[in-house]
Design a binder for this molecule. Structure first.
Ligand SMILES: [Zn+2]
Length: 423
């Protein structure tokens, strides 16, 4: 459906697929190469030997070593930063200028851009170097104390990242969905999924923590959240695509989002997905430790720290496609169930069109396979079309625009106005 409409909504990829992937991977590659270089050039061994010879306390030696390693990695990343900021001069890459605007509001010159860029880079150094000076002695102490089980530490770190990502929504504030036909429709959808309707809430995300992918921005930063069990199972609806600059949200789209999110709740994805991701993180950390052991690398030795960082860093990168694919399985399941309980294929397809905004309608295939957490919008539209061939859409109560978009809201520096009726 509406394939031609969709094509106008999305910009064609600015880069070839391989260049896009290279841009994505450029920092991990630079950091990995820096660790490898520090080791193979013998720099690591020599520096460690020099520090040993000073006779200073062990943790001071380890801290200085960590600081030097961090400074080396920072240097290795400079060319990549430069390449991304100045060489890839393409609208696909955001070149920002953070310094004060020059007199008369004219465009900053290239020299001014360079100057601000280098001051930005330098501003990172203290945090980076001090962080490493503190972390290196702690990590080395743990690896010396428990040389067989130290890998549990990065595993726990990754698991903690998954947990924060998955449960930050517990800080969102939510209240019941306002009475009306749309609330009744959504209550029916929740009932079709076997969930209690009184658990459907309209929510507001915490601006500090509500930064993950599934979140919605309504007018004034308001969001919709569907809550299953208290704390668990909260899933936020809809992304930046809800910006009123595109088109006010319709009741059909809200139903489609609600059905999709309720399907996540029905399938317990908010519990299962973090659990699987945590298990994968633990497995990959264990694999990194195994690789190091098989390679005969003594992790208690300070000079081997770059190799330890390389092994765990590589495993963290390898975890990305695993995460994307596990996640995409859940999203496909939520789409399929969402159509069955929402019974509104038109709304579902329109929602996919909206979600395509600011992204790609048709992902490049390798990027999609490796990194996409959601099915691509075109697949979702085709899924809706296939569903409507075999099923009848329900006769829902709410029509036209969803209520909240018609409000005039002033929040902070932004004023949102009424929207004209849907054409
Ligand atoms: Zn989803």
């Amino acid at each position: 459906m509406h394939r031609a409409d969709c094509a106008t909504l999305t910009c064609a990829p600015e880069f070839s697929e391989w260049l896009s992937l290279l841009i994505f991977a450029s920092y991990p590659i630079a950091i990995g190469a820096a660790f490898a270089l520090f080791h193979v050039t013998g720099l690591s061994r020599r520096l460690s030997g020099r520090l040993e010879a000073t006779g200073w306390r062990g943790f001071v030696q380890d801290g200085l070593y960590g600081a030097a390693l961090a400074a080396f990695v920072w240097l290795a990343c400079l060319p990549v930063g430069y390449w991304r900021r100045f060489v890839l001069d393409n609208p696909g890459i955001k070149v920002t200028f953070n310094g004060p605007m020059p007199e008369g509001n004219r465009e900053p010159s290239l020299a001014e851009r360079h100057w601000y860029w280098i001051t930005e880079q330098l501003a990172d150094v203290p945090m980076f170097v001090i962080g490493a000076a503190i972390a290196a002695p702690i990590l080395l102490a743990i690896m010396r104390r428990v040389p067989r089980h130290y890998w549990l530490l990065p595993a726990l770190g990754l698991a903690a990242a998954v947990a924060v990502d998955s449960y930050s929504h517990v800080f969102d504030t939510v209240r019941p969905l306002p009475e009306g036909p749309l609330a009744q429709d959504i209550a029916d959808i929740a009932e079709a999924a076997g969930l209690a309707a009184d658990r459907v809430y309209l929510g507001e995300a915490q601006p500090m923590l509500g930064l993950d992918i599934a979140q919605a921005r309504w007018l004034g930063g308001r969001q919709v959240a569907i809550i299953g069990e208290p704390f668990f199972n909260t899933l936020r609806i809809s992304p930046e695509a809800y910006s009123p600059r595109y088109r006010p949200v319709t009741a059909a789209e809200v139903r489609a989002v609600a059905a999709h999110e309720i399907a996540h709740v029905k399938h317990d994805h908010a519990v299962l997905l973090p659990l699987l991701l945590t298990l994968a993180a633990i497995l990959f950390a264990w694999l990194a430790a195994l690789l190091l052991r098989r390679g005969g690398i003594d992790v208690a030795k300070r000079a081997n720290l770059p190799l330890v960082a390389l092994a765990f860093g590589a495993m963290a990168c390898a975890l990305l496609p695993v995460r994307a694919n596990l996640w995409r399985v859940a999203e496909n399941q939520a789409d399929a169930t969402g159509l069955d309980i929402g019974r509104d294929p038109e709304g579902f397809a329109l929602l996919a069109v909206r979600l395509a905004r600011g992204g790609q309608l048709d992902w490049q295939p390798v990027t999609h396979a490796l990194l996409a957490t959601h099915p691509d919008p075109l697949d979702r539209i085709e899924r809706a079309a296939a569903w409507s061939r075999d099923n009848a859409a329900a006769d829902w109560r709410a029509e036209g625009l969803a209520g909240p978009v018609r409000m005039r809201v002033r929040q902070g520096d932004f004023t949102y106005y009424d929207w004209p009726d849907e054409p």
